[in-house]
Design a protein around this ligand. Structure first.
Ligand SMILES: Cc1cc2nc3c(=O)[nH]c(=O)nc-3n(C[C@H](O)[C@H](O)[C@H](O)COP(=O)(O)O)c2cc1C
Length: 220
């Protein structure tokens, strides 16, 4: 598979088969992703991959937290309120998701239930948490984002699907405790991954992209 093919093939998947990835494949993907570039080669990502019974335990703790907490308490402030064209694109992706699940746009309860699936990792057999020292701020976040895309593409090459999730950085409390993170580190985001459930409605979600000339200027 070429990089271009992997780019075309990758999309966010939000329902998975109950089938773990063979350990060798899993390790190989994370081994390859070490080659990701980072600012000054600091390689700030500390990645935790949680699977099996541990994943189930963490899911239960997280769901309890999300159901009792009034508002998110992220380690990093990226509760951004999108404006203008970004806001319309945000709505576009949300509607694509809810439409695929047959959820009416006004149906807040059904949307909340769908949202909650973020914290059960969409039933994926594996979940990764991307952690970094809090002081790194923006530059660290850039590096971790690039790292996550490396992983997503390597996964595609191995027939594995994923969903990068900011939601997994919103209620870090139980995850921090579970992973025994020092106070200096924060959870930026997470990613659920595994083999796609091809029968799930939610996986019919498709998003589009703006035309090339709306995002790239070739000068000279
Ligand atoms: C940084 C980042 C955070 C995201 N957070 C979430 C999330 O919390 N929950 C979710 O269902 N999808 C999440 N997504 C997936 C996006 O909604 C998705 O990438 C976008 O709509 C484009 O669709 P595609 O990935 O299928 O191409 C996130 C993606 C990125 C890159």
């Amino acid at each position: 598979m070429t990089v271009a093919e992997a780019m075309q093939k990758r999309r966010s998947v939000r329902a998975f088969l109950n089938k773990p990835i063979p350990e060798e494949t899993l390790r190989n993907i994370f081994e390859q992703a070490r080659k990701t570039p980072s600012n000054c080669n600091v390689q700030p990502w500390q990645t935790y991959v949680v699977s099996g019974e541990k994943r189930d335990q963490l899911r239960d703790l997280l769901l309890e937290e999300v159901n009792t907490k009034v508002s998110p308490e992220p380690d990093f402030n990226w509760q951004i309120k999108y404006e203008g064209i970004h806001r319309s694109r945000q709505f576009g992706s949300a509607f694509a998701l809810y439409d695929s699940m047959g959820i009416e746009r006004e149906n807040k309860d059904a949307r909340a239930v769908a949202m909650l699936r973020n914290w059960s990792f969409f039933d994926a057999p594996h979940v990764a948490f991307f952690v970094m020292e809090k002081y790194l701020g923006l530059m660290g976040a850039v590096d971790l984002g690039i790292y996550a895309q490396s992983l997503a593409l390597l996964m595609v090459e191995n027939g594995i699907s994923s969903c990068i999730q900011a939601a997994l950085g919103q209620f870090p409390g139980p995850i921090r405790k579970f992973l025994n993170l020092p106070g200096s580190q924060g959870i930026l985001f997470g990613m659920s991954f595994g083999y796609e459930d091809l029968d799930a409605d939610v996986n019919r979600t498709r998003t589009d992209r703006v035309a090339l000339n709306e995002s790239v200027q070739f000068i000279g």
